[in-house]
Design a protein around this ligand. Structure first.
Ligand code: SF4
Length: 284
């Protein structure tokens, strides 16, 4: 069996938070630059240039990309040959606490949705676990902004609504959201599964690389058509019009009940902060 030192996990999460809140990934920058090149609307072009300049200043001056430094969302893939003699969730949350505290990042988590008492260290993170073969652990982490999360939606369609029903619901979501989720967006879509699983699929979709096309034909065709139709809505960067409303659309699907067609749309703002790190277990 294999082990990963607890301190390594705490420090890795801390570093991932420090980096992602200040530095946009190269794939997002490339995508914003290419959108700037293709954009026809002058106001939209100006907004895109400010977003590109903002990420450059954040990196150079080592300051957060946005005042909303998000809630930490992690997808953790755990090698089946790893053993943990400590509480992994506790270790991850310690990393989150140290990262947000030492990084002087805004603490955006409240203990209870009604008492609104701030936890003061941005814990707890939202953590999803999965198992993979081998002795490594892959950490996917994203500080997820509240503005784009607030405009995300879920609907239980019926099978009769079909593909057109999915498309209409996604377009309606983006149009109603306007500038509130801080477009240009990465649109994560879940279809199938059930009530809770479909939102998990949508969230996981925004972690996919921008240039990754869905493997399943039906999903890939939806990604292509939706990206085109979303960018014709004229919502534009920050909702001020233009042909750049989304940088990418990612569709994840799963098997579902014969009577159901669940759809979830998770919106990721232009501050699309995420990172993946792989830790290798040492023989115990
Ligand atoms: S939605 Fe994104 S860009 Fe907008 S305020 Fe929140 S984190 Fe910042």
């Amino acid at each position: 069996m294999y082990k990963i030192d607890r301190n390594l996990i705490v420090n890795t999460i801390k570093e991932m938070i420090m980096e992602t809140t200040r530095t946009l990934g190269s794939e997002v920058i490339k995508s914003l630059e290419s959108a700037f090149g293709n954009e026809k609307n002058n106001i939209a072009k100006n907004v895109l240039s400010k977003i590109i300049e903002n990420q450059r200043i954040a990196k150079e001056e080592n300051i957060p990309l946005c005042q909303d430094t998000g809630v930490c969302v992690c997808f953790i893939e755990i090698g089946r040959n790893l053993i943990f003699d400590y509480d992994l969730t506790e270790a991850i949350n310690e990393g989150v606490s140290v990262g947000y505290t030492e990084g002087f990042l805004r603490k955006s988590v409240v203990k209870h949705p009604l008492n609104r008492i701030n936890t003061k260290d941005n814990t707890p993170a939202v953590i999803h676990y999965d198992f993979i073969p081998g002795n490594k652990m892959i950490i996917h982490l994203a500080p997820k902004g509240g503005g784009s999360e607030n405009m995300s939606t879920l609907k239980m369609l019926t099978p009769a609504d079909g593909r057109e029903g999915i498309i209409n619901f996604v377009l309606e979501t983006i149009e109603n959201a306007g500038g509130k989720p801080c477009p240009p967006l990465i649109v994560g879509i879940g279809i199938g599964g059930n009530f809770e699983h479909v939102t998990y699929l949508a969230k996981k979709a925004i972690f996919r690389p921008i240039d990754d096309n869905a493997k399943i034909d039906e999903d890939r065709l939806l990604e292509v058509e939706l990206l085109e139709r979303i960018n014709k809505l004229n919502v534009g960067p920050m909702g001020l019009g233009g042909n750049t409303t989304a940088l990418a659309v990612k569709v994840n699907s799963a098997a579902c009940h014969i009577a159901s067609l669940p759809v979830a749309v998770n919106l990721q703002c232009h501050s699309a902060r995420k990172k993946e790190v792989t830790l290798i277990g040492k023989e115990a």
